[in-house]
Design a protein around this ligand. Structure first.
Ligand SMILES: Cc1cc2nc3c(=O)[nH]c(=O)nc-3n(C[C@H](O)[C@H](O)[C@H](O)COP(=O)(O)OP(=O)(O)OC[C@H]3O[C@@H](n4cnc5c(N)ncnc54)[C@H](O)[C@@H]3O)c2cc1C
Length: 327
């Protein structure tokens, strides 16, 4: 129920636009590292000081106009410049739809090429995040096209996909992030049951650790992480072959612990004024994250938080909702 409420809120174009005007609110500042480049660089430096590298995501939702996609591209180019100037340990994560994949493939490819080219000159890696299955094949096509010219680019394999093992084998020579998968997908193409997804996730991680180039294991799931620790120990897989990734603001103690244990650790650091949809999806993923909101919005009287969420949902229902679930 709560999951549906927050997913509904995340897809609401009106609330997404409205939130842009107000800076980080409702506790979003716990999971979004600022609204501008200076703020995100400051957060990266703090994480780097703990031996944690970062992957930076310039948040963006509902991009259907060339002008917006071009603005997103410029902002990502500026982030690359800032990473280089400040000599921080960070790379880029981006979403093809933000760069115009829903407008035209060749337009998106040209935007991405500019980004990957600049990053390549500075020795910075670019990860193409994986969105819902309607964008799956075009995203692999972007990777295929870009890798004809560049080797600083990789993507994500979602373990809930029935064909994930095929994709993993095909792209095993790329740096890959493996995740459970964040979108609502039909039974024809994706496992629905958590047990099946977890089992496939472990199978894919193990396979890529043994056969792949470099594996980013992106999860907050301590059971999976403990399993990976044991697996790499048993198979003598060196630290240089993998890293663990988590989202900014989540399980901070565990992030610091893993880094201090000597594992390569990378935090996914989202930033930007377009924070609202991302924040609502985090609440949908794990309603317990409501305590992030409660801490910020109500100092003591927290028990009306569900009323606020429901009220906001009703407001959301009165406005148009268009997009599918995304990360
Ligand atoms: C760095 C990163 C990048 C990602 N990129 C993509 C992408 O490109 N495409 C995509 O589709 N998806 C992406 N995802 C999202 C991913 O697919 C999952 O939807 C998301 O990570 C939730 O699954 P999980 O593995 O973290 O654990 P879950 O299945 O959500 O949780 C498993 C268990 O872990 C524990 N746990 C989880 N979160 C917490 C917490 N905050 N505090 C305490 N315990 C907790 C709980 O015991 C929980 O039962 C990404 C995730 C990360 C971390």
């Amino acid at each position: 129920m709560l999951k549906d409420i927050f997913m509904g809120l995340s897809q609401n174009q009106f609330l997404n636009s409205a939130a842009k005007k107000y800076g980080l609110k409702m506790g979003a500042q716990s999971v979004v590292a600022g609204t501008n480049i200076n703020e995100v660089i400051k957060s990266i430096k703090e994480l780097n000081a703990h031996g944690i590298s970062c992957t930076v995501d310039n948040l963006g939702e509902f991009v259907f106009k060339e002008k917006e996609a071009n603005a997103a591209k410029e902002q990502i180019l500026n982030v690359i410049e800032a990473i280089y100037e400040h000599k921080v340990d960070a790379h880029i994560s981006l979403k093809p739809t933000q760069l115009g994949l829903d407008i035209e493939y060749s337009f998106c490819l040209s935007n991405l090429r500019e980004i990957v080219d600049k990053a390549s000159n500075y020795g910075i890696f670019v990860n193409i995040d994986m969105e819902d299955t309607s964008h799956l094949q075009p995203t692999f096509d972007l990777l295929d096209d870009l890798s004809k010219e560049y080797d600083n680019v990789g993507t994500v394999i979602q373990a809930y996909l029935l064909r994930a093992d095929e994709y993993l084998e095909k792209y095993k020579n790329y740096r890959l992030r493996i995740v459970k998968g964040a979108y609502k997908e039909p039974i024809e193409c994706a496992y629905q049951d958590k047990k099946d997804i977890d089992a496939n996730f472990i199978k894919l991680i193990e396979w890529h650790l043994l056969n792949g180039k470099f594996t980013s294991i992106a999860t907050h799931d301590h059971n999976i992480i403990n399993h990976v620790k044991e697996f790499v120990r048993k198979h003598n897989i060196p630290n240089e072959k993998f890293e663990i990734q988590m989202l900014y603001g989540f399980r901070k103690d565990l992030q610091l612990k893993l880094a201090s244990e000597g594992y390569n650790f990378c935090t996914y650091v989202p930033f930007g004024t377009d924070w609202y949809g991302y924040f609502m999806r985090r609440l949908a993923e794990r309603p317990q994250n409501l305590n992030l909101v409660a801490k910020q919005v109500f100092n003591k009287k927290t028990n009306t938080i569900l009323g606020v969420a429901a009220g906001a949902f009703l407001l959301g229902r009165m406005t148009k909702s268009t997009k599918k679930k995304r990360r």
